[in-house]
Ligand binder design. Structure first.
Ligand SMILES: [Ca+2]
Length: 378
């Protein structure tokens, strides 16, 4: 059994995390994380309230700040509550837990380096046994053989923890980078990062953008960002956000852009579904439900794209305004498929219209696109 040591060092002013390099001889790469915000003085009443509300879902920003959802120490990878589960066609029902410190873990798993490898990172409140992780796996295994690794931090972070909102995704990205290197340098089942397709939903998309900062040898093959969340929008600072430099091909689907999702464009190809900010069938009683629906609708679209016969054909258009008033009439050859089967040559901004209910894909617009553009949602 070959083991890799992890070292944790606590400095005076910062938390340092050091991970030994693999495949580059000896040495470690260390990262610095600011300490958490200093503890505030808490009055007796606040303390009592805190105990009483401990198990309740935070209701205000102030409560979220004090949430128990924050990542607990030790701050080192692998973190005991950030787990990597491997699913293959023969282990669809029960994933295999991977231990990135033990090469035997991958060696004796069902992982097959000949099959495409997908790493899936969900958003806050997700988990390996919850939709969309389960639906996505079902769709892939209906299609063929894959190694699907679900990054499960569902027991770690239930909702955004404001105190660590900038720090926590960086920490998560470091552990995922360790997973990528574990697979990359595995002695018998190694797979290069260029061969790996990573898929991140909401904050998961943001986390995958940060993984790129830690990969020292090679580059991720593809990152698919499913409505990257707006909380981490870092403007022009590429190293702190998902952008087209983070993988050989970065495709991003936008469904709740401008509200819960980033507006973009950030990738090689950005797809704005039904205009990108509001989705048909998402009118709910409360504004939050509606916005949340727009944001989460992106995963059913992507999952359907895995096996869709009709396909989500998207056309290029220079602006949303032009798209909305029907001024964009791309040539047939300019259309590309959105989702799983997108061509890696796709570049720029694309728009696609869907149905309000499954099947969402409307197929190739072709010569009938004028007719389709005036047809109401079916
Ligand atoms: Ca980046």
């Amino acid at each position: 059994m070959v083991c890799v040591k992890t070292i944790e060092i606590t400095c005076n002013s910062t938390e340092c995390l050091c991970i030994p390099k693999r495949g580059h001889g000896r040495g470690s790469t260390c990262y610095h994380f600011p300490r958490q915000s200093p503890r505030r003085k808490v009055s007796k009443t606040q303390r009592e309230n805190s105990v009483r509300d401990d198990r309740e879902k935070p209701q205000t920003a102030k409560d979220v700040f004090n949430t128990s959802s924050c990542i607990p120490p030790p701050y080192r990878c692998p973190h005991p509550r950030m787990q990597f589960y491997l699913y293959t066609r023969t282990t669809q029902e029960k994933g295999e837990l991977l231990n990135t410190l033990d090469n035997d873990s991958l060696k004796y798993s069902k992982f097959n380096p000949k099959y495409p490898t997908k790493i899936v990172v969900h958003g806050f409140g997700g988990g390996r046994n919850l939709s969309p992780s389960t639906d996505m796996r079902n769709a892939y295994f209906k299609r063929g053989n894959y190694n699907i690794i679900i990054v499960d931090y569902g027991t770690l972070v239930k909702e955004p923890c404001i105190g660590q909102i900038e720090w926590a995704p960086r920490f998560a990205s470091l552990c995922i980078a360790q997973l990528v290197e574990y697979v990359q340098y595995h002695p018998t089942k190694g797979v290069r990062p260029e061969k790996i397709h990573t898929i991140g939903y909401s904050v998961g998309a943001h986390i995958l953008g940060l993984v790129a900062n830690h990969i020292t040898d090679g580059k991720l093959g593809r990152i698919t960002g499913l409505d990257p969340t707006i909380f981490f929008y870092m403007g022009n600072n590429r190293s702190r956000d998902l952008d087209y430099t983070d993988a050989l091909f970065v495709d991003i689907l936008h469904t709740g852009a401008g509200i819960l999702g980033q507006w973009g464009p950030n990738g090689h190809a950005d797809f704005y579904v039904n205009g990108g900010s509001s989705q048909p069938g998402c009118a709910h009683d409360t504004i939050f439900q509606t916005l949340s629906c727009d944001h989460t609708k992106v995963t059913p679209y992507f999952i359907e794209s895995i096996n869709s016969r009709a396909g989500f054909w998207a056309g290029p258009c220079p602006s949303l305004f032009s798209y909305l008033i029907g001024w964009c009439e791309p040539k047939d050859t300019e259309y590309v498929l959105m989702g799983e089967h997108v061509t890696h040559n796709a570049r720029g901004v694309y728009y696609v219209t869907t149905n309000a209910k499954p099947p969402y894909a409307r197929g190739f617009p072709g010569k009938s696109r004028r007719l389709r553009s005036i047809t109401s949602y079916s």
